[in-house]
Design a protein around this ligand. Structure first.
Ligand code: ASP
Ligand code: MG
Length: 409
């Protein structure tokens, strides 16, 4: 008998029929004698609909009230899921975040979980009940409802699995696992059987949209192994866990891309201490996320600094930097929003040389110009002209032969 936490995302609970289907699946696991915790998202489209309503009333709605509003999406689903289980003769009980309780800080819209008391849920599980928990929400020290950021149900599931010391954590979604590349771009992309937390973190950070990145951080911090599975098809999905050195690992696990980055370049910056700080501090003060940063070696006491941000932040960033450029006596600041970032990720990179060379050769053979290169221990990212995104991803998938499962000898 195992304690299993299962998460079902918006599409998996997108209609009454789908909710019934999931309830039957949960019933089957429960009948096998497992203790079942089900964490659900709002029905697909619901969170956006609610945000839209707030936007119709107020151009800058209060973050506290927005959280109170959007958290209702998940509250609908827990009740419907519990009712569907009752109809199947399964004793089930719904829990909103505050009923667990899932305690968070007070940063509305992207609150962090601080503490979970598992006793009440545990007592229901011991009594043979299935527990259905609202994802994405919690309560702060002032008793205000908070939410954990878009896609936050993943984090709720992983956090509940950690708090309850679950034997298994299953993330059901609309894809049957994590792929070597986006199957819409690469026809022969393959489902990956196994990834380390680190690889999953880098893949999620570099554009794989399978899971909320915070959920992966949480899983890694508390060592919660989890499986990403399809709620529509049977299969083993992708297991994400701590690195096991006895495991055969491929050199490269996957390739991801993002097409919504923009680049900002400040040219002709006097090369002296404090420059990077003067330029990037106002950007971070404005809560604009900076991704890649490159500074050139100075020539003639002048240097260039380039960084990338989300393209939605481009106008704001340029406006912020105009006065800074004047103050620093730099030449100019220019923006470019036509780029794509392609990343290859794999723990095998640590022990094998030549990965970057293979990557650059594949891109050069297709005549694709690389603009910025940045690396971490297990990831190499490049930015290129957005026009070549698909070509680049396909070329790299081929170059690393990701269509065939391979291990390091
Ligand atoms: N309903 C929330 C959202 O759409 C949380 C989630 O789905 O995980 O972001
Ligand atoms: Mg969602």
């Amino acid at each position: 008998m195992a304690l299993i936490v299962e998460k079902y995302g918006g599409t998996s609970v997108g209609s009454v029929e789908r909710i019934r289907k999931i309830a039957r699946r949960v019933q089957a696991s429960w009948q096998e004698g497992n203790r079942m915790v089900v964490v659900v998202s709002a029905m697909s489209g619901e969170t956006n609909r609610l945000l839209g309503l707030a936007g119709e009333i107020s151009p800058r709605p209060s973050a506290r009230e927005v959280d109170t509003l959007v958290s209702t999406g998940e509250q609908v689903t827990i009740a419907l899921m519990s009712l569907a289980l009752h109809e199947l003769g399964v004793p089930a009980r719904s829990y909103a975040g505050f009923q667990v309780p899932i305690k968070t800080d007070s940063i509305h819209g992207k609150a962090r979980i601080e503490d979970i008391s598992g006793e009440r849920v545990m007592a229901d599980l011991e009594a043979g009940k299935v527990v259905v928990i609202a994802g994405f929400q919690g309560i702060d020290s002032e008793n205000a409802i908070t939410t954990l950021g878009r896609g936050g149900t993943d984090t709720t599931a992983v956090a509940m699995a950690a708090a309850l010391k679950a034997d298994e954590c299953r993330i059901f979604t609309d894809v049957d696992g994590v792929y070597t590349a986006d199957p819409r771009i690469v026809e022969n992309a393959r489902r990956i059987d196994y990834l380390t937390f680190e690889e999953m973190l880098e893949l999620s950070g570099a554009g794989a949209r399978v899971m909320q990145i915070r959920a992966v951080e949480f899983a890694s911090k508390y060592d919660v192994a989890f499986r990403v599975l399809s709620s529509f098809e049977d299969g083993v999905g992708t297991l994400i866990s701590c690195e096991d050195s006895s495991m055969e690992r491929p050199l490269i696990s996957g390739i991801t891309s993002v097409d919504n980055e923009a680049k900002v370049t400040i040219r002709g910056v006097p090369d002296r201490p404090g420059i990077a700080y003067s330029i990037l501090n106002p950007v971070s003060e404005a809560h604009i996320n900076v991704d890649m940063i490159v500074q050139n070696v100075g020539t003639d006491s002048l240097t260039d600094l380039t960084f990338t941000i989300n393209q939605d932040d481009l106008e704001r960033t340029l406006a912020l930097l105009e006065p800074v450029v004047r103050e620093l006596d730099a030449e100019t600041v220019v923006g470019d929003s036509s780029l794509a970032k392609i990343s290859v990720v794999g723990v095998g990179m640590r022990s094998h040389a030549g990965i970057a060379t293979t990557m650059f050769r594949a891109l050069s053979e297709k005549g694709i110009n690389i603009q910025i290169i940045s690396t971490s221990e297990i990831k190499i990212s490049v930015t290129i002209d957005r026009e070549y995104l698909e070509l680049a991803v396909r070329a790299l998938h081929n170059a690393f032969e990701l269509h065939v499962a391979a291990g390091i000898e």
